[in-house]
Design a protein around this ligand. Structure first.
Ligand code: AMP
Ligand code: ZN
Length: 506
């Protein structure tokens, strides 16, 4: 069946819901700001990629071919997004006595493994910043030639006053306080001006530096994304994604560079989409605040990665998401209930060979989701077709996955649809949700087995030992105690007020 609801997306450029139109009929080109690979991603970062994956899957469900590019930032991202501090990778290398290249490779692989565990499809193109240094130099040189850049002692800076409407994406008030937040350092013409090329300080050797017309140095982080998005997707593409923090600085700077380079005032991407933060303990989850969880720490606490995916899908991507272990456990309870219902339907449905065939196709060829959808929806009754329309209307409304999940709940508890039809609908919705609902075994979501019993006094005792170990910076012992507690079915969460724990129900 054909889908009638047009896709509407919230475009940060206009701060409005807009009907999505693609530049080339039938295909969508998307660029996503990728990870800075100096450490493990936290689950806030991973929300950004669950969102992008959902966007891609909705596009494919609606019949578009998707070309997706994601960068790997392995140089240039400073400890503050406002271009202050040290390069994150150099700092990690100095701390750990490993080479920057080792660190980048190790954390890129860890990131990719996180994506796989979350059923996130890889982009068609991974692009590494350090593979594009010459292109970045050429881009910056062109900005300079055209009068958009000026040289200071510590680097080549972009003059933000030269582009019309600088900061429009952030809805920045340049006369007001927003501009003051950006620090006016050493000769910058305007507070929001930023480095295109950062010169290595005299008499020091940086771990990563390259020759350039301005001297030895390294590219600015914002430059990377402009160069790589335009290189792989062209001077006009459809969608640029990132977390909401990028709306304020990184993407404003990318747009300014694109305007200068393209010479026609175009931001390059038609739609700029931003996911809201995952918060923890009342603040944005981040490494610097110490308030974060990694996918592995969730697994250690007995949470299957797909439970986290489901937890994210229960909120719209533009709503802040408060992370707590309790919240994720509640999500798991809901997912287990859904999967058990699906299991019961499978037992009633008879021949399910279609599911095996379709799941084989799904995994063998990305981009064929619309075709699979058509197969699943062949000869649907009017009632079944109506559910497809309702699910499509939900996800076409700026990817409203909670609404889509609500439609699915109705479907699985329908008493008028045949089990086989319900399963076909679930399989179809799952092309967007990416949970593997027909294959996922509810038993594996139910945590690691508890190897022994422990009473509350025993837990308090172990937590005290862990606290003492941490106070002495003995993180190895502290981690060993956490693992021991996990083996007893106890999840430990660190918060500013101290560690809390809870039983993880089986
Ligand atoms: P980074 O590795 O710091 O470059 O960030 C990778 C992605 O995660 C970017 O799109 C960020 O905007 C996004 N991000 C960072 N922190 C959070 C958070 N707490 N919640 C959601 N997204 C985040
Ligand atoms: Zn970027």
């Amino acid at each position: 069946m054909s889908l009638a609801t047009p896709l509407r997306l919230f475009n940060s450029l206009t701060r409005r819901m807009e009907q999505f139109t693609t530049l080339f009929p039938g295909s969508v080109r998307i660029y996503s700001c990728g990870p800075t690979v100096y450490n493990y991603a936290h689950i806030g970062n991973l929300r950004a990629y669950i969102f992008t994956d959902t966007l891609k899957k909705v596009m494919q469900w609606k019949g578009y071919d998707v070309l997706h590019v994601m960068n790997i930032t392995d140089v240039g991202h400073l400890t503050s997004d406002a271009d202050e501090g040290e390069d994150k990778l150099e700092r990690a290398a100095q701390k750990s006595q490993r080479s920057v290249w080792d660190i980048a490779e190790f954390y890129t692989r860890q990131f990719q493994s996180d994506l796989q565990q979350l059923n996130i499809d890889f982009p068609a193109v991974w692009t590494k910043a350090t593979d594009h240094i010459q292109e970045m130099i050429q881009f910056a040189a062109l900005c300079e030639q055209r009068g958009y850049a000026y040289l200071l002692d510590d680097g080549l800076y972009f003059d933000t006053s030269k582009v019309p409407n600088y900061g429009a994406l952030a809805m920045m008030d340049l006369e007001g306080q927003e501009a003051g937040i950006r620090v006016a350092v050493g000769g910058k013409r305007n507070p929001p001006d930023f480095a295109l090329w950062r010169l290595s300080p005299p008499n020091t050797t940086r771990l990563m530096e390259w020759n350039s017309p301005w001297g030895l140095g390294a590219p600015g982080w914002h430059l990377e994304c402009s160069v790589m998005s335009i290189k792989y997707l062209g001077s006009r593409f459809d969608i640029h994604t990132g977390g909401i923090d990028h709306r304020q600085i990184h993407h404003c700077n990318e747009i300014a560079q694109n305007q200068a380079y393209l010479g026609d005032n175009s931001p390059a991407a038609s739609f700029w989409l931003h996911n809201e933060f995952v918060n923890m303990g009342q603040q944005k989850m981040s490494k610097s605040s110490g308030q974060f969880a990694t996918l592995q720490s969730l697994i250690d606490a007995g949470i299957h990665p797909l439970v986290y995916r489901y937890f994210c899908l229960m909120a719209t991507y533009r709503a802040p998401l408060d992370f707590s272990l309790e919240g994720v456990i509640a999500a798991r309870t809901g997912l287990v209930r859904l999967l058990k219902r699906i299991e019961a339907l499978k037992n009633q449905a008879g021949d399910l060979s279609w599911a095996t065939v379709l799941s084989g196709r799904k995994y063998s060829r990305g981009g064929s989701n619309a075709f699979i959808r058509q197969q699943l929806e062949n000869q649907l009754s009017p009632e079944g077709a109506d559910y497809i329309r309702r699910f499509d209307a939900a996800v076409s409304d700026d990817l409203n996955t909670p609404q889509g999940l609500a439609t699915m709940s109705e479907v699985v508890s329908s008493s008028s649809l045949a089990p086989d039809v319900i399963l076909r609908l679930v399989a179809s919705f799952d092309l967007v949700l990416g949970l593997g609902l027909l294959e996922l075994n509810p038993a594996i979501l139910n945590l690691r087995p508890v190897s022994a019993t422990i009473d509350e006094d025993g837990i308090v005792d172990l937590l005290e030992q862990r606290k003492n170990a941490r106070a002495k910076n003995d993180f190895q012992s502290a981690d060993a105690i956490r693992v021991k507690l996990t083996d007893h079915g106890v999840a430990v969460m660190d918060s500013p007020g101290g560690a809390t724990w809870e039983w993880v129900p089986r």
